[in-house]
Write a protein that binds this ligand. Structure first.
Ligand code: SAM
Length: 205
């Protein structure tokens, strides 16, 4: 991995992803989250302050050790018990149908095989359980898409494997989810990096 990936990148992500405009999107994504929650790509715990009061406990999954350290204060300040259960969203060490809801923010862009991670989220959710997300991905405009493909190789190298061209609706539907709530829009920042998919997908009951 190296010093950049292990030490520098998690700190950069903590700063950049902690921006106010992203917090507003996080607040939209967590709406309806409740009960026992699986969070993949927990990172430095930037979602902890916006968990709704109905959240009872969180099982966190993330490979970044430094992210975990950066999360310590947010975890200590939280009323919700948070335990780290695994390192890889593609292989989650939780039983089938053990979580009420699940959360991912700006993580499906980075996981090497997002289809596999979504299959795991689907497996651990109870029937009728919901997956809440905000992710960036493939834009609707040809010129932006052209730039996304152009910048993606360098972005992957600089940002821990982060892809710019993932199409999240298709990934979610392929994993068996029904899309209950979905919006897609440009946020703040350069368009190739800032087309957001926000919503809630359900595992059929
Ligand atoms: C851009 S950061 C987002 C962090 C956090 N979700 C947030 O919104 O601030 C991407 C996160 O995905 C994590 N990640 C990378 N590969 C992963 C994997 N295979 N399974 C779970 N998380 C992973 C990284 O360690 C990092 O914390």
């Amino acid at each position: 991995m190296g010093i950049y990936a292990d030490q520098v990148l998690p700190r950069l992500i903590d700063k950049l992803c902690g921006a106010k405009d992203m917090t507003v999107l996080r607040e939209r994504a967590v709406e309806g989250l409740h009960g026992t929650v699986l969070e993949i790509g927990f990172g430095s715990g930037l979602n902890v302050p916006v968990y709704p009061p109905e959240v009872e406990r969180v099982h966190a999954v993330d490979p970044a050790v430094v992210g975990r350290k950066l999360a310590a204060k947010r975890i200590a300040a939280s009323k919700v018990p948070i335990d780290f259960v695994g390192l890889d969203g593609q292989q989650i060490p939780l039983p089938n149908a053990s979580c009420d809801t699940a959360l991912s923010t700006y993580t499906l862009c980075t996981i090497p095989d997002p289809g596999r991670a979504l299959a795991e989220v689907f497996r651990v959710l109870k029937p009728g359980g919901t997956f809440h997300f905000v992710e960036h991905g493939l834009a609707p405009d040809a010129e932006v898409v052209r730039k996304q493909h152009k910048y993606e190789p360098l972005n992957k190298r600089l940002a821990g494997g982060c892809h710019l061209t993932r199409e999240h609706w298709a990934l979610l539907e392929a994993a068996g989810f029904e899309l209950d709530r979905r919006t897609a829009e440009y946020g703040k920042g350069p368009k190739p990096y800032a087309f957001h998919y926000i919503g809630m997908a359900r595992k059929p009951a």
